[in-house]
Design a protein around this ligand. Structure first.
Ligand SMILES: Nc1nc2c(ncn2[C@@H]2O[C@H](COP(=O)(O)OP(=O)(O)OP(=O)(O)O)[C@@H](O)[C@H]2O)c(=O)[nH]1
Length: 403
């Protein structure tokens, strides 16, 4: 009997001992696993933080489960980058481009008002004498048509007036308009090569001097293409100015185009290369590459531009190289343009800021001097103030009406 009592007591002692060993282990296992290694465990902060802002987890020693240590003894926080997604702007749907120059004609007429009115006043004289013809010549030269082109235009007009015996203002105006259109070479191919081919996107490079309006033009072109149902990717190869990359990225967000950008001060050629590669990978229709502004007399920068083009061409030829020229720089722009055409094979000119100058004749001078078509004109800072260049509509706006 005594043996039985002793055995029962021993059993009870063993059971109590076993429980004492097992329970603390179970409590330890219930804690979340450590994120930082063997002897620490991670706890979430109490949810007092602002809604929507993620806060890094607090790291406390593993012994916390056996008598919590004071907060101050916690290990230093491991900083985790905060990702706060900015609210996405709504994607805009721009209006289609067909007939846009006609819609913007009023704006063009306004800026060319002095030029058009001046010409029409002379043409309305009873008799077009030598002085009158000289005044017509002066008006054209003042409007930046260029001396050579002006002489050709006036010579041809005089001949027509003489041979046809033209008398009414309306007729002379009509003939002058025809001569101006002829000087703009309406047969030139002004289409933008933006259609994908050979299983890869069309690539457009946008170049020019500082402040000509390159980034704005890239954004406007992106809008135009997307309005016409294309997909677009921007390459922010202006790595000199962080703001330029932000600017094009903002255009991208607004129209729904991705932007590939590199580090500030990075190699623009490598950003341009990556942009085309990404465009191929995600199968977009057109990659539009914005480049940094550079003065044509800075040899290093012009060489760099040549390199951007060569590196991009490792993917295949560049389809369109657009030179952006500020119309307000007048004849000075022509020299800039010439140097650019020597470094990169310019396929089209975009003449910006025509809304800010009465010298719309620069379009004629640019084409004559470069032999390259003006493909687009910028008529304001607004997102839709870019229009395909149409010689007849342009001349109508230049001349305006007699009333
Ligand atoms: N009035 C008017 N302003 C324009 C036009 N196109 C561009 N601009 C303005 O010209 C200024 C310069 O434009 P950007 O696009 O930044 O010029 P950029 O060539 O990229 O400049 P950089 O990168 O510094 O070389 C901006 O204020 C534009 O809004 C236009 O057709 N008309």
């Amino acid at each position: 009997m005594e043996y039985v009592v002793a055995a029962v007591i021993l059993l009870v002692v063993l059971v109590v001992g076993a429980i004492g060993l097992v329970v603390p282990r179970m409590r330890r296992r219930e804690l979340p696993p450590s994120q930082t290694g063997g002897d620490t465990a991670t706890l979430e902060r109490p949810s007092a933080a602002e809604p929507g802002v993620r806060t890094p987890p607090l790291v406390v020693p593993a012994e916390a489960d056996e008598g919590l240590p004071p907060l101050l003894e916690r290990e230093p926080e491991v900083a985790e980058p905060e990702v706060v997604e900015p609210p996405k702007p709504e994607i805009e749907r721009p209006e289609p481009t067909a007939g846009r120059l006609v819609r913007l004609r009023a704006r063009l007429s306004r800026s060319q008002n002095i030029f058009g009115r001046g010409l029409l006043t002379v043409l309305s004289r009873d008799h077009l004498d030598e002085d009158a013809w000289e005044e017509i010549e002066d008006s054209l030269i003042t409007a930046d048509v260029g001396v050579e082109a002006t002489q050709v235009i006036v010579e041809r007009l005089r001949e027509r007036v003489r041979v046809l015996g033209t008398r009414t203002v309306a007729e002379v105006r009509e003939q002058l308009a025809e001569e101006l259109v002829a000087a703009l070479d309406p047969e030139m191919d002004r289409t933008l090569r933006t259609t994908p081919h050979d299983g890869r996107p069309a690539v457009m490079l946008v170049v020019g001097v500082n402040g000509a309006g390159k980034t704005t033009t890239c954004g406007k072109i992106g809008r135009v293409l997307i309005a016409d149902g294309r997909s677009v990717l921007f390459g922010a190869a202006d790595t000199f100015r962080a703001a330029a990359a932000d600017q094009i990225a903002t255009w991208g967000e607004r129209v729904g185009a991705e932007t590939v950008r590199g580090p500030e001060g990075g190699d623009p050629a490598s950003v341009a290369f990556d942009a085309v590669k990404r465009g191929i990978d995600i199968d977009v229709d057109t990659v539009v590459i914005d480049t940094a502004g550079r003065l044509q007399n800075k040899v290093g920068l012009m060489d760099e531009l040549g390199k951007v083009k060569r590196v991009v061409e490792k993917h295949g030829p560049v389809d369109e190289t657009l030179l952006v020229l500020d119309a307000t720089t007048g004849q000075n722009g022509l020299e800039q343009a010439r140097v650019f055409t020597e470094v990169v094979d310019v396929t089209g000119v975009v003449l910006t800021k025509l809304d800010g100058t009465a010298k719309g004749g620069i379009v004629i001078a640019v084409q004559r001097k470069l032999g390259i078509p003006v493909k687009l004109v910028g008529l304001g800072e607004g997102p839709d103030d870019l229009a395909p260049f149409e010689p007849a509509a342009f001349v109508e706006a230049l001349l305006g009406s007699a009333t």
